[in-house]
Design a protein. Sequence first.
Length: 555
Amino acid sequence: MNDYDVPVLIVGGSLVGMTSAALLGTHGIPSLVVERHRSSAIHPRAALILQRSMEILRTAGLEEIISAKSAEQFDQDAAIMSVETLAGEEIAWHLPKLNDGVRDLSPCERLFATQVAIEPVLKGRAQELGAQTLFGTELVSFEQDADGVTALIRDRDTGETSTVRARYMLAADGAHSPTRDRLGISRVGHGVLSKSITIYFRADVKELLRGRNLGVIMVVNPTLQGFFRIEKPYKSGFLAVHGLGDPLNPNSDIWTDLTEEGCVDLVRAALGDDSIAVEIDDVMRWQATAQVAERMQSGRIFLVGDAAHSMPPYGGYGGNTGIHDAHNLAWKLAAVIKGDAQPELLSTYDSERRPVAGFTVAQAFSRYVARAAPFLATDDMEPLVSDANIDLGYRYRSTAVTADADDLGELHGNPRESKGRAGTRAPHHPIELDGEILSTLDLFGRNFVLLTGSNQPAWHERALRASKALDIDIDVHSIGDSGGYSDAGGGFSDAYGISATGAVLVRPDGFVAWRAVTDADATDVSISAVLIDLLGHASQAPNSNAEDIAQPQPA
């Protein structure tokens, strides 16, 4: 094997690792991804892709192909419901259609698409954008110094080793992350909630579906508690089982005395029809936990995805939260490596993402208790909030955000009421260009963006001065100007909480860095001052720490 010198080393090439590589690539930062398994995912995990993740994948040019993959595998806009058995009594329709009540919030829709389908797509896109991938390769050791990380990797087939020198390293190596353990980072929360299994099976269940368009089918009966996902053409799927016996006092150790015959019995008990032939393809053992790392950064090494947080599958937040991690971190790493920001910006990854991860884990745990494990209920358990709040309504607070004067410190809120407040996801609002309806979200992803109402030349001039002073690109869009983007939906200023003379500065990750409700607010805080603080330039000259950006090369 060769030795490598790269800007970023990513340990783990599954959903979050490959997303990280693709997003770094969109900012012109190549990476090296090492994955101990010899291929992409072989089990269809993380099947629910929520709106924010689809928005992020859209910025990487992947929305269309992933939507197509979803349509190949699953019925679209399917329901989430609970049953005693698939053939038997219905208990509750939790969500009759997957996108009910949220279509106005985003240009993207929730969908089902397994990692088996999307990881090769992510890998291909990451490679197109400059990433190099090594499968069947494991991390042996690593150490970091003031300038970077030196890692030893090993080909699991040949035993050959190579040295990797990287400026930064991402640990996307799963819930049992060896990297996290080597860094001595502990976790807080709920430990093992169940020793669960997922049974991958083949059985013709079309008649049992009875024409119902079902995406997630939760099963609660005296034999087992778990959930189904069925793939087209309704002759295969998987059953996740996390409890056996009495639903009020179940046995949560599914591993002990597990046999293939027992797995067939479990599938039939969930189907509710013993006459259906069932074949077992595979069984995966996993542990349900609800934990967050005590810190998500250690020097030049960052935890992303399950390495940073693990949660029960109810709500489908696990993989989605990891995609959000990658999106938050990618632009910051790019800004520092290119010299647009000082390394202090990277500390905002932990201060922004860890509180959100803790909130999301708590919500996933509460959903697990409410829907599957009421015996785990406690008085201090977090009350349930809406899925939209969890996915689109969380709020960042850090030095990378200039807080509004009326900021009350809440961690989440209704995304319909965010109104472009600092630290919130910039709202989706329809805009039009040359007859094509787009979203304000389509303006974000690469550079800082200043949004204003129509006919605001003063804001353009301020942005130009800041761009020249800091030597960074700032895109300016006046919504409603002739020859530019028109306000297709009407009410742009209201959606962003500004007057006709106000402006909003949006970060490359689509979160609001600063909002000037009126033109008068710019007299107190200039765009340059906001960016100097955000990028860590208060005591440094811009671009004083620029690093060489080269494609991954053998050393």
